[in-house]
Design a protein around this ligand. Structure first.
Ligand SMILES: [Zn+2]
Length: 186
């Protein structure tokens, strides 16, 4: 984890004050990106209207410090949250100051969707470029033509006969999902 200060960066960014409607959208997006368990910490960060420490969040939420830190690291990983550290002159320990950047959410969500799109497109290509064979046994995997051919069309796992399987339905589902994401990306 980087501990460099990004104070100069945060000054130029939008304040964390958000209208209720945008707040709900943001929380839904955060949940989509980082999971449901970061929601409470995200709310606490928004309520802080600037920098806050993990101890302050712990006190506000009444949850374990470990849980707060886990959520903060998760949010930090998505780049939605930044951190700055300062040495406490009395104790000598570092204090970490966390800050949420709601204006970054759209870019992060877009990056995530682009990644999903990339994976779906390569899966679609794989489905289109291959012929698949299966023994009919639910516990066994589909295999490509090359593998089926090498094994004389006998399933390696159960010894059943490998038959050609139609993957056009998978292709249609993938194409629909790809179109949906492309539409969201605009
Ligand atoms: Zn089998």
């Amino acid at each position: 984890m980087s501990t460099t200060s990004d104070k100069s960066e945060s000054i130029s960014e939008e304040p964390t004050e958000l209208p209720d409607e945008q707040r709900e959208t943001l929380l839904a997006m955060v949940e989509d990106i980082a999971g449901e368990d970061v929601k409470e910490v995200t709310i606490a960060l928004l309520n802080a209207h600037g920098e806050t420490t993990d101890e302050e969040i712990e006190a506000q939420l009444g949850v374990k410090l470990n849980q707060v830190r886990k959520a903060l690291y998760k949010l930090y990983d998505t780049q939605l949250v930044s951190v700055r550290r300062e040495k406490d002159k009395e104790t000598g320990y570092f204090i970490y100051y966390w800050k949420i950047h709601p204006d970054r959410i759209k870019r992060i969500l877009r990056q995530k969707r682009e990644l999903v799109l990339e994976k779906l497109e390569s899966r679609l290509q794989y489905e289109k470029e291959n012929m698949f064979f299966h023994c009919g046994n639910e516990q066994c995997q589909r295999v490509t033509f090359n593998i089926a051919f090498e094994n004389d069309f006998i399933c390696e796992h159960c010894g059943g006969k490998l038959e050609h399987v139609d993957n056009s339905k998978i292709i249609r589902v993938l194409e629909a999902r790809i179109a949906e994401i492309k539409n969201m990306l605009g």
